[in-house]
Design a protein around this ligand. Structure first.
Ligand code: ZN
Length: 176
């Protein structure tokens, strides 16, 4: 196959939504596109994130703890950038309070920061009503499908690099 192409494979494009984690010393703000939290217990196992499938779960059998993370599809209007924002259990209460008041997280202005400069300090999240019109927000993503793809992509990165392009689509050519 010809590795020089102006366009990535369709599968690569779909996997391109970045996963954002809160970093010490940085405050991140964006609008929430998701109507609700998508959360899951996962393990870090064999170099990648794997869903916990308790009671039939290999990492559980190896006495590895499962951790909960939540994910929100967020959007920054100024740059038109979308991302999946990873949240921790400490972020859930303000989101549930917002949900109780407004019935959806869609359109909420989310601000996320670390409590202090330490890498594993508590993640502090605030959710406020925004003046942004809901119909101007991007369409809601299938967050679960994107997470599965991100987790699988991390595991199969090395295999992909060696695999031929077998998606069945002809590569675009500038000159026939
Ligand atoms: Zn498990």
């Amino acid at each position: 196959m010809d590795p020089w192409t102006p366009r990535p494979n369709r599968a690569d494009k779909q996997a391109s939504i970045p996963l954002l984690r809160s970093k010490p010393g940085r405050t991140f703000a964006a609008l929430c596109v998701s109507p609700e939290i998508v959360g899951a217990y996962t393990h870090f196992w064999k170099g990648r994130t794997a869903l916990c499938t308790y009671p039939e779960c290999e990492p559980c059998h190896a006495h590895r703890a499962a951790r909960w993370y939540g994910y929100l599809h967020v959007w920054t209007p100024a740059t038109n950038a979308t991302a999946l924002l990873e949240i921790t259990p400490s972020c859930v209460t303000p989101l549930e309070e917002y949900l109780a008041q407004f019935g959806t997280l869609r359109g909420a202005k989310i601000t996320i920061a670390r409590a202090n400069h330490k890498i594993n300090s508590r993640v502090v999240l605030t959710a406020q009503a925004s003046a942004y019109a809901l119909d101007k927000l991007p369409a809601t993503l299938d967050v679960r499908a994107h997470l599965r793809r991100i987790w699988e992509t991390t595991a199969t990165l090395a295999a992909d690099a060696a695999a031929p392009n077998d998606n069945g689509h002809a590569r675009p050519r500038l000159h026939a």
